[in-house]
Design a protein around this ligand. Structure first.
Ligand code: GLA
Length: 360
């Protein structure tokens, strides 16, 4: 493994970082122009950056122990370099003169657990470039460029939630986001609660193809209902005339948006937990993006003392579950749920609360 001292031949010119995200409510709503409530993770990605001083870009990841080098006008091979290249090329397209750079990218975010390590990489890269090169870029525009980097350079057709959360959320509040207007505001967690996040140990499989299939189904449902996006449907009964499975997909999105709006207006901890459970059941039964392991893990979390509600978080088909729990109970409840889940032969691990020795 190469150290930053060796990589830069001294100290880097700038350092920047960005968190991942855990979404508490509002899943598969962002590409329907809807609403969501993510929080930032304590785990972060750190980008150290300097001008390279030669004609090449050089990226190094100690996590992967991998180096990527490419010429000023070239491209890196697909991999973590694509996300960074996307950020660089899109900032250049904004008219900024970006010289060849050296980046040292380190993270304690788990990759593949659905906590948006890719958004953290994009946002940290853009923050480092903004600080090194001194151009103006507000945090919402930064999130939009990060999203475009992922879509156009890493070829993953994501919505705006992860990049907005990484750019604007913090760890102790939820960030209410309206994906159509990008209006956003911090909303306090229900009083006297804290979060648990447990990785199911199942890598997300089929996620990309099923994600694109769900997006297409939502677009078709909107066309049939004569609306621009499912966000424009506010009466949940109006989806019941659609043919299956469009009916179920639209039912999830319309009701999920209502759950977010109710939660963002301020509800009791118990009600917030109920909304999370309802979200999970809707993702399982109507949106069909859960898998048995995520259902088992949520059940184990709900059975733990102090837990008010639990659901899968992120796109589904693997990754992590999030639970809301009464303050002071998270450590014990997470340990109990993990033990119950792993008894089934699974390989889960607690991501939040972060253990004393640091995460990962
Ligand atoms: C992934 C995408 C987000 C969002 C979620 C589902 O995390 O990156 O844009 O669509 O899935 O809510």
């Amino acid at each position: 493994m190469i150290t930053t001292d060796t990589f830069f031949g001294g100290a880097p010119e700038v350092n920047a970082s960005a968190p991942g995200r855990v979404n508490l409510l509002g899943e598969h709503t962002d590409y329907n122009d809807g609403y969501m409530l993510p929080v930032a993770t304590p785990q972060r990605t750190v980008v150290a950056m300097s001008r390279s001083g030669d004609d090449h870009f050089h990226f190094y990841s100690p996590n992967l122990d991998a180096t990527v080098t490419f010429a000023r006008d070239g491209s890196p091979p697909q991999g973590f370099g694509s996300y960074i290249e996307g950020c660089i090329r899109l900032v250049q397209a904004e008219g900024v003169d970006v010289p060849p750079l050296r980046l040292y990218v380190e993270t304690n975010l788990p990759v593949g657990s659905g906590l948006s390590s890719s958004a953290a990489l994009e946002v940290a890269t853009l923050r480092a470039m903004r600080s090194l090169l001194g151009f103006e870029l507000d945090d919402v525009k930064l999130a939009r460029i990060a999203q475009r980097a992922e879509i156009e350079y890493a070829h993953v057709n994501v919505g705006i939630m992860d990049q907005m959360a990484s750019s604007l959320a913090d760890e102790s509040n939820m960030l209410f986001i309206d994906a159509r207007t990008l209006e956003h505001r911090l909303v306090a967690l229900p009083a006297g609660t804290e979060l648990i996040v447990v990785d199911s140990g199942v890598a997300r499989r089929l996620a990309a193809s099923k994600y694109n299939e769900r997006r297409a189904e939502c677009e078709e449902a909107s066309r049939k209902l004569g609306v621009q996006a499912l966000r424009d449907v506010t009466d949940p009964d109006s989806v019941e005339s659609l043919p299956s499975p469009l009916r179920e997909r639209a039912r999830h999105v319309v009701r999920e948006n209502l759950r977010v709006l109710e939660a963002a207006a301020g509800v009791s901890p118990e009600r917030f937990g109920e909304l999370m459970n309802a979200s999970h059941f809707s993702l399982r039964d109507d949106y069909e993006v859960s898998i048995p392991e995520l259902d088992e893990l949520c059940a184990a979390l709900r059975a733990a003392p102090g837990v008010l509600g639990a659901r899968l978080t992120g796109a589904g088909f693997g990754g992590a579950c999030v639970a809301l729990c009464r303050s002071g109970h998270a450590q014990d409840a997470a340990a109990k749920a993990l033990a119950d889940y792993n008894k089934l032969g699974r390989q889960g691990r607690v991501l939040i609360p972060v253990s004393g020795s640091g995460s990962d």
